[in-house]
Design a protein around this ligand. Structure first.
Ligand SMILES: [Zn+2]
Length: 368
C-alpha cells in the first residue's frame, strides 16, 4: 500500500470476489471483479437488486470488454449469483471498452435496455465503427505533432487502427439517456447521477445518499490516478481542467461515503482522495511549468518529467495524451504559449518574459 492509500480505509480489507462470484458490499449491491488483459488487469462491475419494467431482477453497472473469457465469467454469474432472476437493465458509466464492451451482448441476451449518457453513447457508436482516438493514422499524426516522431512508434500506432472495435464490436442501437442531476430509482432507492468530464466525454457516477454509497466509475480510483488525455478527435481540448472541476462535485457527499471504484477496492475517504488527486496534478503541473521555463518543450519532451518509469508503446500513447493534457491546462491558463516548429511539432514555453524567437520558429499561438 502506498502512503496515500494508507490515508484511505478499505472497507473490506483485502477481500475480493472470486471469478464468477459476487460479494455483497451494501444491501442489494454486489461486486463482480473481472480480469482484463492489460497492465490494469481487472475491472469492477456492480449488480444492483432491482425491479424494473415490471420484472424483478438485477441492474448491471458496467460490462467488461467483449471477449470470450468475460462472457464465460458472466455465464457463471448468471448461473450462480442472480437467485434465478434476470438482468433487467444495463447501466454504463462511460464509453471506454472495459465498461461498454459487452453491453451489446448483455442487452441482447436479457432483452434489457442500455442506460448511458448521450455523449458517451454516441462517442462509443462512432468509435466502434471507425478508427478514432485510440490508434490509426489520425492518432499517429496527432502524436507526431506532439513530438512522438520515431518511425517505429508512428508505424505501430498507425497499424493499431482496430483497437477500439476489437473490444467493442457493437454498441446497442438504442439507449435511455442519463443526465447529471437525474435521480434514477433502483431497487426502490434513489441514485443520483453525477456527471463528470475529462476522462470520458460525459461520465456518469451514481450516488445513493440513503445508503451512503457512490459508484464512482473511473472518476475516483483509490490507488491510481484516472487517465486524463487529449485525443486526436478533439486536439485542442482541456481535459485536466474539466477533470479537476468534476471531482470537486464529489465533495457534496459525506466523507464516510462507501466509494465503489471501477479499479481497485471499495474505500472510504472520498474528500481525502479528491485532495490527493488535486495535489498530484498540481505537482505535475509545477514540474511541467519548470521544464517549459527552461526551454520550449513538446509533449514527447515532457514524458520523462511526468513518468519516471520505462513505458512500452501502449503506455506511451496513454502517457502522450496525458502529457498534452498537462501542457494544455497550462496553455489555457495563459501560463504557457505554444508554437509550431517547421518540423510540425508543437512546443510550449513559458509565457512570462520569454521572447517568442526562442520558441523554435513559426507562429506562436497564445490561448489567452
Ligand atoms: Zn475509463
Amino acid at each position: 500500500m502506498n502512503p496515500l492509500e494508507q490515508r484511505l480505509s478499505y472497507a473490506f480489507g483485502d477481500a475480493l470476489p472470486a471469478p464468477g462470484e459476487t460479494m455483497e458490499v451494501a444491501p442489494g449491491v454486489r461486486w463482480i471483479r473481472m480480469a482484463l488483459p492489460f497492465a490494469l488487469d481487472h475491472i469492477n462491475l456492480w449488480l444492483l437488486r432491482d425491479s424494473f419494467g415490471g420484472r424483478d431482477g438485477w441492474t448491471v453497472v458496467d460490462c467488461c470488454i467483449s471477449r470470450d473469457e468475460a462472457r464465460a465469467q458472466w455465464e457463471r454469474v448468471f448461473d450462480t449469483q442472480l437467485q434465478g432472476l434476470p438482468i433487467v437493465r444495463v447501466i454504463v458509466t462511460h464509453m471506454h471498452p472495459d465498461h461498454i464492451g459487452l453491453a451489446w451482448w448483455l442487452c441482447e441476451r436479457w432483452d434489457a435496455p442500455l442506460w448511458i449518457s448521450a455523449t458517451d453513447f454516441n462517442a462509443a457508436r462512432v468509435a466502434s465503427q471507425s478508427t478514432t482516438g485510440f490508434g490509426g493514422a489520425a492518432a499517429a499524426e496527432f502524436f507526431a505533432s506532439h513530438g512522438l516522431t520515431d518511425p517505429d512508434s508512428v508505424e505501430k500506432i498507425r497499424a493499431r487502427a482496430n483497437y477500439y472495435p476489437s473490444m467493442v464490436p457493437h454498441v446497442p442501437a438504442r439507449f435511455r439517456r442519463l443526465m447529471d442531476g437525474e435521480r434514477v430509482a433502483i431497487g426502490g432507492r434513489a441514485w443520483r447521477c453525477i456527471g463528470g468530464h475529462g476522462h470520458a466525454p460525459e461520465h456518469i457516477s451514481l450516488a445513493c445518499e440513503e445508503m451512503g454509497v457512490l459508484i464512482s466509475g473511473d472518476m475516483l480510483l483509490p490507488r491510481i490516478s484516472t487517465n486524463v488525455s487529449v485525443y486526436d478527435v478533439e486536439p485542442e481540448s482541456n481535459p485536466l481542467q474539466l477533470f479537476l472541476a468534476s471531482i470537486d462535485r464529489f465533495r457534496s457527499l459525506p466523507e464516510d461515503t462507501l466509494v465503489l471504484p471501477s479499479h481497485g477496492k471499495p474505500f472510504r475517504g472520498l474528500h481525502e482522495r479528491v485532495r490527493q488527486l488535486h495535489d498530484h496534478h498540481d505537482d505535475r503541473l509545477r514540474d511541467v511549468m519548470e521544464a517549459c521555463t527552461q526551454a520550449p518543450r513538446s509533449a514527447a519532451d515532457i514524458l520523462p518529467v511526468l513518468f519516471k518509469r520505462e513505458l512500452d508503446l501502449h503506455q506511451t500513447t496513454f502517457a502522450m495524451g496525458e502529457s498534452v493534457a498537462h501542457l494544455h491546462a497550462l496553455w489555457y491558463e495563459g501560463r504557457l504559449t505554444r508554437a509550431r516548429g517547421e518540423d510540425g511539432v508543437w512546443r510550449f514555453y513559458s509565457a512570462e518574459g520569454r521572447d517568442s524567437s526562442q520558441a523554435g520558429g513559426a507562429t506562436s499561438d497564445r490561448q489567452k
